[in-house]
Design a protein around this ligand. Structure first.
Ligand code: PLP
Length: 395
């Protein structure tokens, strides 16, 4: 299809015109069960009545004022996030990429202001995804994302994704007197739904404490209730110094946030950072409603229950179709199916039976449904995934 839009995306030839809950309707009238939720963005499904109401009410009052002034909607959302996390302070952005930029700046400035200007290096991990700005691609460092875009921002060290004691020793060796921070996704999203073992996250926290290194968790994809806890790192019983959040927090409205301890954020004084749109009243009003709903312990318990239900169904699909699917990965409702065929082909076969899934690296098919997906829709999703597997077996 020829369009005037820059062709940077490999798009499926489907256009949606309406959504409700976990369902989307295409231009041609076909209905699809949405198991991607806009890549973990539509955390409460499409057209959630409370979010529509919040957005509409705010739209009638005030859209934008500038960060020259106090923004009460921003203060309210910051208070909510602080109340429900390790953080003391919050900065709002419009995307996940921008949270990576601030996390990097904040970590460097923290050491600079403490009289350690040489501590600029950030340890990052293979398979990571932190966004598409020049800083974020340098942080992730994958060949595919950086090729042709040099010179890259210097100051990143890349290590193997940590899963055992040897990897832990490599991290210990990589943290030097030049290191300012370690950045890691507690569960890699784009990298193929790869959870860092709890004891690795604990080990990282210990290493960072022992060396005065700041620990940055990128929870842009795995945070905001996806794992059945508000933030994925809560399962490991450790907290970061800086955390990046985006995707689900706006429920579909572009919004991101950097959460930090007062100590880590100490260098970010007036004039050191800013954003025209970041934290505007529309985004923050919606974000506060999303956060209010998701942070409810009863809601999170439901996410965990639905996740277990879905996982059980997926395990049984894997055992019935071992030539198509190898294993289930993930936590709560951030799940991955390791595929034998190319995941892009599985996604395509999904379109034929009316389900939307998302491919990831490491030959993984991602399932990131709305956190409030009804049990009946989970059952329907499993039936259709089984059909996909049957089709691919025959192929
Ligand atoms: C999507 C994503 C980002 C980038 O977010 P954008 O909103 O696309 O800029 C960063 N980190 C992780 C883990 C992500 O999944």
């Amino acid at each position: 299809m020829i369009t005037t839009v820059l062709p940077t995306y490999n798009r499926a030839p489907i256009a949606f015109v309406r959504g409700e809950g976990s369902w989307l309707w295409a231009e041609d009238g076909r209905r699809y069960l949405d198991l991607g939720a806009g890549i973990a963005v539509n955390a409460l499904g499409h057209a959630h009545p409370a979010l529509v109401q919040t957005l509409t009410e705010q739209a009638q009052k005030l859209w934008h004022v500038s960060n020259i002034y106090r923004v009460p909607e921003q203060e309210r959302l910051a208070d909510l996030l602080v109340e429900h996390s390790f953080a003391d302070t919050v900065f709002f952005t419009n995307s996940g990429t921008e949270t990576a930029e601030l996390a990097i700046k904040m970590a460097r400035k923290h050491h600079y202001d403490a009289g350690r200007p040489e501590r600029v290096e950030i340890v990052a991990f293979e398979g990571a995804f932190h966004g598409r700005s020049t800083g974020a691609i340098a942080a992730a460092g994958s060949e595919k994302m950086v090729k042709g875009f040099g010179p890259l921002m210097p100051g990143f060290v890349h290590l193997k994704w940590p899963s055992n004691d040897a990897d832990h020793a490599a991290i210990r060796a990589a943290i030097t007197d030049k290191t300012c921070a370690v950045i890691i996704e507690p569960i890699q999203g784009e990298g193929g739904i790869r959870p860092v073992p709890d004891q690795c996250l604990k080990g990282l926290r210990d290493l960072c404490d022992a060396t005065g290194t700041l620990l940055i968790f990128d929870e842009v994809q795995c945070g905001m209730g996806r794992t059945g806890r508000l933030f994925a790192h809560e399962w490991a019983g450790v907290t970061p110094d800086i955390m990046m959040v985006a995707k689900g927090i706006g429920g579909g409205f572009p919004l991101g946030a950097v959460l930090a301890t007062e100590r880590a954020a100490s260098g970010m004084t007036a004039g050191t950072h800013g954003s025209t749109y970041g934290g505007n009243p529309l985004g923050c009003a919606v974000g506060a409603k999303v956060t209010e709903i998701i942070s409810d312990p009863a809601f999170l318990a439901e996410v965990a229950r639905k996740g277990a239900l879905m996982r059980q169904g997926l395990e049984s699909i894997v055992s019935r179709h071992p030539t198509v699917f190898e294993a289930v990965r993930g936590e709560g409702l951030i799940l991955g199916l390791k595929c034998k065929p190319a995941p892009a082909d599985v996604v395509k076969a999904g379109y034929e039976v009316g389900i939307l899934t998302v491919a990831a690296a490491d030959n993984v098919l991602r399932l990131l449904p709305a956190l409030n997906i009804p049990d009946a829709d989970i059952a329907e999703a499993l039936t259709r995934l089984d059909q996909v597997a049957t089709t691919l077996e025959a192929a």
